[in-house]
Design a protein around this ligand. Structure first.
Ligand code: BGC
Length: 688
């Protein structure tokens, strides 16, 4: 067992970030990296993925379940909590078996705990709490479920009933939308536990010096009917979870020889990505994973462009489920297109369980006035309907698994193509244009001929042409493809991000930052400081080149990289990995390495935006974490995979001697060692 991340010392200001950095999760449930004495104010959260609810006329968002791990200790009548007494030593860590650990030494007591969201049974969260007395003390521990739930747009339970019996606390709740949810926690301890009200158990004992009290909590969350976790199985459940996670990690174990610090950040990013994968359900991964309710727990293009390629490499069953989620939500996408007067499927920019658009018209607020700011992400960020077919085709190319087409993926591709044809406008030049769109750079809204969108949509048409069995559709697509407008490189080799971009004002990121009235002001939209300028939020033309390398020569990629790098704020955590990929490909390995380190450490150091135009956007960054792996595979290794067979074109930064890559090919896990000259060895390390 190795440590992935450790933090020593306790700081009040780090509570929220630690909650993100030290998250445990199993694709279904997430438990934030908080302490047992924390409550709703410290954003304790047992986050349930995939179940959403709307309270009043607020945003619809995912559910947070009651916290079963509240443990409040008193010794000789004094509370033993990090808030109340300065700890002599405090340390939290995550280990590569998916377990969170805490060790806090107070004057008279030592507290140790470990916790995980089970990888063997994804309905379970587990916690073991140990208290070691340093002298004779009268101890009381009040433990139980905390009915106070931290919610951004709640409350979500219109009814919440608690009951207590034989060291078990049970919760039965019904959400505003009528969904019944259940939680049952068993508290196990060698001592007698006394019931206090309906949500607490109390342990009272005189302990001698050196005596250890151990409390184990197993909590089971159910979406169907009340279930109790089996008693006396804590140790067994913890071991089963450890083994299951170690197995998942074994297939994703990538090493960077020669650079221990970068390797540690990479392994942490792999952890943060892996804990979001769900092999069983066709649920998707939300923009902030299982760290909380930010972004309404909605699914963005982040999934297809960052997480899907990661899982395709290390756990294709999860990748398959991510595709099936888009199959499941196709009807929502078709309804959205129809509502806007188009054919086919226009996927939700922010998607939840049924695929309907959840992106509100006012996605940010003015931090000074509190007034909502009109944004058009949901209506205009149409590239989402190209990102999904792209990811499906990549999955098929890499795994060779065409069966997904007959499970609905073919229809997804066809309907996305239909959407783009109906959305395109025939210009005076006789070509089809996609006008009034938003590209990945969200600061410039309602632009014509965004290069990213035009190329990616054209790829969708090609995919559909190749995959469809419908002759009429094929002919229609062929006609559109013959007249599809694609922005081409200018005399300097640079592709204009959108029509009119080159005429925008020159500026710098520093200049814009210093012109802000409020640090959290939104840079884009109608009145944003970036709108009249060439400054862009995130990789846009560079993202296009990262995704479609075969369509642009190395010289063109180089010219665009040089041109757009100084204009890019990297105001989205999705940006750095794109620059790392293209940077490495064109031989700028020093810069690629810097972007890689930045994307790899985002949830370690918490150096990300916490607010966008007054709206809280904190949490973990799954796309940046999965993007870390892509920076290594697609960037440093130049990795391509066809039906489980790999080829490389390494551009490895000087800090790294060689890269050990693990990946899934068919039924086996393979390991390749690659250095600057290419693949040195490939061997099978495990068989599924
Ligand atoms: C980015 C989008 C991204 C979303 C969710 C936004 O800030 O601009 O590209 O999909 O966050 O991560």
């Amino acid at each position: 067992m190795k440590t992935l991340l450790t933090k020593k010392g306790w700081n009040q200001n780090d509570i929220i970030q630690d909650g993100n950095s030290f998250l445990v999760a199993n694709g279904h449930l997430g438990y934030r990296g908080t302490l047992e004495e924390y409550g709703a104010d410290q954003l304790v959260g047992l986050n349930l993925g995939g179940v959403y609810d709307r309270s009043g006329n607020q945003w619809r968002e995912p559910i947070v379940m009651p916290n079963p791990f509240l443990l409040l200790v008193e010794a000789d009548g004094k509370p033993i909590q990090v808030f109340k007494e300065k700890a002599r030593h405090h340390e939290i860590s995550l280990t590569d078996d998916g377990v969170f650990h805490r060790r806090t030494e107070f004057k008279d007591i030592m507290i140790e705990s470990e916790r995980t969201a089970s990888h063997a049974d994804d309905r379970l969260v587990l916690e073991r709490f140990r208290l070691i007395a340093k002298k004779r003390l009268a101890i009381t521990v009040l433990m139980g479920m905390d009915p106070e739930i931290a919610e951004l747009a709640g409350p979500h339970f219109k009814s919440a009933e608690y009951s207590i019996q034989d060291n078990r606390i049970r919760f039965a709740g019904e959400t505003n939308e009528g969904k019944k949810l259940f939680e049952s926690a068993v508290y196990e301890c060698a001592e007698n536990l006394e019931s206090v009200g309906k949500t607490r158990l109390k342990l009272s004992k005189i302990v001698e010096k050196g005596e250890i009290l151990t409390i184990s909590v197993t909590s089971l969350i159910s979406e169907t009917e009340p279930f109790d976790p089996v008693a006396n199985r804590f140790e067994e459940s913890l071991q089963a979870s450890r083994l299951a996670f170690e197995k998942k990690l074994a297939a994703a174990d990538i090493g960077l020889r020669g650079d221990a610090a970068a390797e540690a950040d990479l392994r942490y990013s792999i952890y943060q990505s892996l804990i979001l994968g769900d092999r069983e359900r066709t649920r998707c991964i939300s923009g902030r994973g299982l760290s909380g309710q930010t972004y309404k727990g909605a699914v963005f293009w982040d999934t297809e462009i960052f997480l899907l390629p990661f899982f395709t490499l290390v756990d294709p069953r999860v990748a398959r489920n991510l595709i099936l989620y888009r199959v499941k939500t196709l009807s929502g996408a078709m309804a959205k297109a129809e509502g806007l007067g188009y054919k086919g499927a226009f996927y939700a920019w922010e998607s939840q369980d049924d695929g309907s658009e959840q992106c509100s018209k006012y996605n940010v607020t003015d931090p000074e006035t509190g007034e909502p700011v009109r944004t058009y992400f949901g209506e205009k960020q149409i590239h989402i309907s190209a990102d999904i077919p792209y990811a499906i085709e990549k999955y098929i190319e890499q795994t060779g698994d065409k069966s997904i087409l007959d499970e609905g993926a073919r229809e997804v591709i066809e309907e996305c193509a239909r959407f783009f044809m109906s959305r395109a406008e025939l210009g005076e030049d006789g070509l089809y244009h996609l006008n009034d769109v938003i590209g990945p750079d969200e600061y410039h809204e309602g632009v014509d001929d965004n290069a990213f969108t035009a190329y990616m949509a054209e790829e969708t048409l090609r995919f559909a042409l190749n995959r469809t069995n419908d002759e009429d559709l094929r002919q229609e697509i062929a006609r559109y493809l013959d007249h599809w407008y694609l922005p081409k490189p200018n005399a300097d080799g640079v592709i204009e991000q959108f029509k009119g971009y080159f005429a925008k004002k020159d500026s710098t990121i520093e200049e814009l930052r210093s012109s802000l009235h409020h640090p959290n002001e939104y840079w884009g939209g109608e009145n944003g400081v970036a709108t009249p300028t060439k400054i862009i939020k995130q990789a846009d033309v560079i993202a296009l080149m990262a995704l479609l390398p075969h369509r642009f020569s190395i010289e063109t990629q180089m010219a665009n990289y040089e041109y757009y790098a100084p204009q890019t704020e990297h105001g989205s955590s999705l940006s750095d990995s794109m620059y790392a990929i293209v940077g490495a490909r064109i031989g700028k390995t020093k810069e690629a390495y810097e972007h890689f380190r930045k994307t790899a450490s985002i949830d370690i150091r918490g150096a990300s935006k916490q607010f966008a135009g007054g709206v809280y956007i904190g949490g973990t960054h799954p796309a940046a974490n999965a993007g870390t792996v892509l920076a290594v595979t697609q960037g440093f290794l130049g990795l391509q995979m066809h039906g489980g067979e790999i080829t490389v074109d390494p551009k490895i930064p000087k800090q790294i001697k060689s890269i050990r890559l693990r990946y899934v090919a068919g039924n086996s896990i393979k390991e390749a060692t690659i250095d600057r000259d290419g693949i040195k060895t490939i061997k099978e390390v495990a068989h599924d």
